[in-house]
Write a protein that binds this ligand. Structure first.
Ligand code: NAP
Ligand code: NAG
Ligand code: NAG
Ligand code: NAG
Ligand code: NAG
Ligand code: NAG
Ligand code: NAG
Length: 367
């Protein structure tokens, strides 16, 4: 309860546009940078630097954001995996390095039954599958930046975006990746409903919470994948903010909670701290940041266990969810395998050990 309370009425932000040092020469990429928290963050970073890319799926909204902050827009729809590699190629044609990737875009409480272009449940697809693939494709740019002798240690980061819903609504013990798979039923037996796996049977609220736990899983697993190459991977709960994230909530609920919400720029401060604060270092791999920029004071122990690898004495659920360590691997969702041709071969990622065993893939949501 104390931890929930302090996430609702947080201390004053310590890193803001007022004391952010110059970011000239650093390359930032923000998904969902055309609205809400992402847009507020893009404004702050652009005022301090010169190379901010925002990623979105709507050229028109992107252009509006660009005309106000004059940055670069990459057109990409996280709920359509086929759009991701081309956007990354467009980015990599312009930049060799990427210093901070903010995986900020997300969708909450999508209407029941909403699916992605690849027929996956929309929140899992948009909040986890898309950002996972985007991040894997951007690893060469991140690792190249981290290994540049001019780059200060721990300044190359991937910031994932979780939510208070992880503290309040993620299942005890976290998500077991096996629960994404269809329920085991004898061939042909059971209605379509009975064949749904645990995840698809949950309310939209729980699905959102699980997808946001998935972002912490990604933070933890990526830290093990490229931490040794100098990339710091953390997640954050930006806070309770007034944004378009409430678009799928009933109007009455939105009106009721609105007085409890903060301006979106406060959420940008949380992300800014996670992405740029010098207070974070090697000991913060896989860390969880809370409003408006500090370490989570009281993580749920059973979720920490879920995030830890088996070698570290944990449950290895984050690794299982994210596809393990070497990412030579492919990830599968639905009955499709997506990334064989889309993922960069590991030999393009400096320092990655190609001999490590192929990890478990993300389990299918459906048969
Ligand atoms: N606001 C809060 O209180 C709160 C609390 C906890 C966590 N968060 C998290 O904070 C992040 C930012 O949300 P926000 O509050 O700033 O909400 P928002 O204003 O709705 O912004 C979400 C952003 O994600 C983008 N997006 C959604 N689906 C996408 C897709 N398929 N492909 C590409 N981009 C997509 C949206 O683009 P479009 O404009 O094209 O839809 C938008 O730019 C989310 O991950 C959310 O879960 C927010
Ligand atoms: C705000 O945070 C509290 C917990 O601190 C949470 O229960 C509530 O759902 C949040 N409200 C919104 C609108 O995000
Ligand atoms: C929500 O979207 C509308 C329409 O694009 C935009 O005008 C508004 O600024 C957005 N609100 C926030 C808080 O980002
Ligand atoms: C811009 O964003 C708003 C709010 O998310 C949405 O309603 C509108 O359709 C978007 N515009 C375009 C051209 O996609
Ligand atoms: C993104 O992809 C989803 C799933 O195919 C689709 O429903 C949506 O219309 C797309 N959005 C845009 C702006 O292209
Ligand atoms: C799985 O594959 C079969 C045959 O290839 C196809 O008919 C079916 O629609 C696919 N299911 C999903 C959820 O994509
Ligand atoms: C690469 O991984 C394999 C298998 O885990 C291990 O035997 C080998 O020592 C590793 N090589 C390096 C250079 O770390």
């Amino acid at each position: 309860m104390g931890t929930t309370w302090s996430q609702m009425w947080p201390p004053t932000p310590t890193l803001t546009e007022k004391n952010l040092p110059s970011q000239t020469g650093k390359v930032f990429l923000i998904t969902g940078g055309a609205s809400g928290i992402g847009l507020a963050l893009a404004h702050i970073l652009y005022a301090a630097g010169d190379r901010v890319y925002i990623v979105g799926r709507s050229e028109a909204n992107g252009s509006t954001a660009i005309s106000s902050i004059q940055d670069a827009f990459l057109n990409l729809n996280l709920s359509d995996l086929s759009t991701i590699a081309p956007a990354v190629a467009a980015f990599q044609a312009k930049e060799n390095h990427l210093h901070v990737l903010f995986n900020n875009a997300g969708v909450s409480l999508a209407p029941l039954g909403s699916t992605s272009a690849q027929s996956e449940e929309l929140m899992m697809a948009t909040n986890c599958l898309g950002p996972y693939l985007l991040t894997q494709l951007l690893l060469p740019s991140l690792v190249t930046a981290a290994q540049d002798p001019a780059t200060p240690p721990h300044s190359v980061r991937v910031v994932w975006t979780s939510s208070i819903a992880v503290d309040t609504q993620a299942p005890v013990g976290g998500l077991d990746p096996a629960d994404l798979a269809p329920a085991p039923t004898p061939a042909g037996a059971g209605s379509e409903e009975q064949q749904l796996g645990w995840y698809l049977k949950q309310s939209q609220q729980i699905k959102y919470a699980v997808s946001k736990l998935g972002n912490w899983y990604h933070a933890a697993a990526l830290a093990r994948q490229v931490g040794k190459q100098g990339v710091l991977s953390v997640t954050q709960n930006p806070g309770n903010l007034t944004t378009n994230l409430t678009q799928h909530m009933p109007r009455l609920v939105v009106l009721t909670v609105r007085p409890l919400l903060y301006e979106s720029r406060y959420g940008a401060y949380t992300a800014l701290w996670a992405g740029l604060s010098g207070e974070l270092g090697e000991g913060d791999q896989g860390a969880y940041v809370v409003p408006w920029g500090r370490r989570h004071p009281q993580l749920r122990g059973n979720l920490v266990e879920a995030c830890k690898s088996v070698e570290e004495g944990g449950k290895g659920r984050a690794d299982g969810f994210a596809g393990g360590r070497s990412k030579r691997d492919v990830f599968a969702a639905g009955n499709k395998t997506y990334s064989v041709s889309q993922l960069p071969p590991n030999d393009r990622i400096p320092g990655i050990n190609n001999s490590e065993p192929t990890p478990t893939s993300l389990k299918s949501l459906r048969s």
